[in-house]
Write a protein that binds this ligand. Structure first.
Ligand code: ADP
Length: 326
């Protein structure tokens, strides 16, 4: 189980942190993936672009290789059982722990005029999404580690108080560790809602990708052989590891270590390799986005599958809580 908020265009961070794992998981597990439109409302109260954003996130997920026949793909608000479980889990979440959440503190700082209760209880809604399908594996990027820990706390508290209903959810990634795709300005992560110029979107046209990479932060050239890489250079190599061939990476590693590196060449190569990766996804996503009938079919059948799973979980929840009154 995992989700992506409908707050803008998907980017390389979403792909390598999350979607790449979804695509592999769909053939091995019973999967639920959703567009988190309710979570989007915690920071994006203006809903003018919501519909388009939901459709685009869905289209981009499918263009990345998610198959609605294999995994259930749905929109969060189409499964009202989510809200019911969220309400019940809210009774097990404490104000103090919610206030300490790093993402809450960050977002409260960014939007001081809109520190709403939904933002504070964001991790509870996320725990509800996961627990709704009694999911144990949650493919997410590194930025979600703390939320997953909170989800574990909430479901463990539930199990402890009312009896075992939920498995413990864990962040999942096919590699050795969770991934953080860095932004191109030398600090932070690529993100849908910030640093538009420091983030490569799956919808970016080739020329824009070249421009963004050209502008990416670099550092002075190394002065001694085999020096440690400064952070901004480390970040460019990290991106290269995601999209470039093994021998290309090795060539630039050698150039760096032998003091023959030219950052301009590194960037040109990186830009071309990103374009090779992004352009087929971009073109496919455009086609899917324009096929509204198909999107409707995907969302309808995904919601039906998700609701079936959700209703059977809620039955267990209510029975464990003694809320089966007749
Ligand atoms: P955003 O931060 O862009 O709004 P979301 O919060 O909707 O993205 O996150 C959707 C998924 O993408 C989550 O699993 C998250 O961990 C992952 N993700 C987002 N940004 C990155 C990044 N820069 N690197 C790795 N994973 C990321």
């Amino acid at each position: 189980m995992s989700g992506i908020r409908s707050t803008g265009f998907l980017h390389l961070g979403n792909y390598f942190g999350a979607i790449r794992n979804y695509v592999r998981m769909q053939t091995e597990f019973n999967c639920f993936f959703m567009v988190a439109d309710l979570h989007a409302l915690t920071t994006h109260p203006d809903t003018k672009e919501l519909k388009e954003s939901v459709q685009r996130v869905l289209a981009e997920n499918i263009a990345c290789g998610l198959d609605p026949e294999k995994a259930a793909l749905y929109c969060q608000s189409h499964v009202p059982e989510t809200a019911e479980l969220y309400l019940l889990l809210n009774m097990l979440a404490y104000k103090g722990e919610l206030e300490k959440t790093v993402t809450f503190k960050e977002k409260a700082r960014q939007h001081p005029d809109n520190v709403n209760a939904g933002l504070l209880t964001y991790p509870v809604l996320q725990a509800a999404d996961i627990a709704l399908h009694r999911a144990d594996l949650v493919p997410v990027g590194k930025d979600q580690e703390q939320h997953l820990e909170m989800a574990r706390n909430f479901v463990n508290r539930f199990n402890h108080r009312y009896g075992d209903v939920f498995p413990e959810p864990h962040a999942f990634n096919f590699g050795d560790e969770l991934i953080k795709v860095p932004s191109l300005d030398g600090g932070g992560k690529m993100s849908k809602s910030q640093n538009q110029y420091a983030t490569i979107y799956l919808s970016d046209e080739d020329e824009l990708i070249r421009k963004k990479i050209k502008k990416a932060k670099t550092d002075i050239a190394p002065e001694k052989p085999n020096s440690p890489k400064p952070e901004s250079i480390q970040n460019l190599f990290l991106l290269m590891k995601l999209v470039s061939e093994e021998d290309t990476i090795q060539k630039f590693e050698d150039d760096f270590n032998h003091l023959t590196i030219r950052y301009g060449d590194l960037k040109n190569q990186l830009a071309e390799d990103i374009i090779r990766f992004v352009s087929p996804i971009r073109e496919r996503a455009k086609e899917i986005f324009n096929d509204k009938e198909y999107l409707k079919k995907v969302m309808t059948s995904g919601a039906a599958r998700a609701r079936e799973s959700a209703q059977s979980t809620l039955k267990l929840v209510k029975s464990a809580m003694g809320m089966d009154y007749f």
